[in-house]
Design a protein around this ligand. Structure first.
Ligand code: 13P
Ligand code: SF4
Length: 312
């Protein structure tokens, strides 16, 4: 992109001209969040994708999010600023291995976290996000055994919350698994009044010391409504942009991770592949486009719609 191009002005012009909508996750860089039509958590984003009247969906997030939007909108173009923006959780569930796992437990209902590929969704009975996972698990009849995939940390948390004995897939988020409990406890000692807020993709020892556990939207609402002044935030650092806007007077401290020598906070390398320039280019050229084979799309649509129905 040439120096003379005003990227923000061009994005604004093009989105009107093309009747495009820009959907962004809280883990995107601040400039992308600021220009988006909607910023939200995975549930909010899928609800927006299901309801949009736009002709072109520009998804500022990772691949599985764009796929979900495409599954819901087969006749619309869905573009992602960088097609390489994947997800460690989604990658952990390889379709052939997952098919074999499911086949070993044919009596189980398959509840799958939205952080997975379209192919995995096509093998699932119902999808959930961190915002509605408890409700979705509780919606399964009590005597029905459950497979939960691919996030073992969220799965373990849900077993505790719901009392359901679920078979867990061994996936994890590299960003949330990087939080260092020893450093977190040290930080909490330095800030004895701080409330610890954690995403359920974090490991059990982090969740044990958290005062609040929830989705990114849930975390923002907690910080907004809780009277405390200081909060330690255990999730991807992009959330701090929106949180700081919502609670300008409060102190938000990113939770420390194991490898934080160069960065004081945790960033998802996949989410950060998207930049404002790439967003501009993908809006302009309508590339790269997300494609989902029709047979997979039709199968994946069923468990997504079940989730959306329960989450109304
Ligand atoms: P939520 O926004 O649903 O909390 O998901 C977090 C996440 O890791 C998305 O990749
Ligand atoms: Fe995947 Fe974790 Fe990145 Fe979210 S933060 S996209 S779960 S790797």
């Amino acid at each position: 992109v040439g120096k003379d191009v005003d990227v923000v002005a061009e994005i604004n012009r093009l989105r009107k001209e093309k009747n495009a909508v820009i959907l962004a996750h809280y883990y995107q860089e601040g400039a992308i969040q600021d220009i988006a039509d909607y910023v939200g958590d995975s549930l909010g984003l899928s609800q927006q994708a299901a309801a949009t009247q736009a002709d072109l969906i520009v998804f500022a997030g990772v691949h599985f999010m764009g796929e979900t939007a495409k599954i819901l909108n087969p006749n619309k173009k869905v573009v992602l600023p960088d097609l390489n923006a994947g997800c460690s959780l989604a990658e952990s569930a390889e379709p052939n291995a997952f098919r074999a796992f499911r086949a070993q437990h044919p009596d189980h209902v398959v509840v799958t976290y939205i952080n997975c590929s379209a192919e995995i969704k096509a093998m699932s009975d119902i999808i959930c996000t961190s915002a509605n996972a408890e409700k979705i698990v509780n919606s399964i009849p009590k005597d029905t055994p459950i497979i939960f995939a691919p996030d073992k940390n969220l799965g373990r948390y849900l077993i505790k919350k719901t009392g359901r004995d679920m078979l867990l897939w061994e996936g994890a988020c590299i960003v949330h698994e990087a939080f260092a409990i020893d450093k977190l406890l040290d930080l909490a000692k330095q800030h004895p009044h701080a409330r610890i807020v954690a995403h359920p993709e974090s490991e059990e020892h982090i969740l044990k010391v958290a005062h609040y556990i929830g989705s990114t939207t849930g975390m923002i609402n907690f910080v907004k409504n809780d009277p405390a002044q200081e909060f330690i935030i255990a999730t991807e650092a992009g959330i701090l942009h929106q949180m700081a806007k919502e609670v300008p007077g409060k102190d938000l401290i990113p939770a420390p991770s194991h490898e934080d020598n160069t960065c004081a906070c945790s960033e998802c390398a996949f989410m950060r592949m998207n930049t404002l320039e790439k967003l501009y280019l993908c809006l302009k050229y309508e590339l790269p486009e997300i494609q989902v084979p029709e047979d997979i799309r039709l199968k994946a649509l069923v468990p997504i719609q079940r989730m959306l129905e329960i989450s109304k």
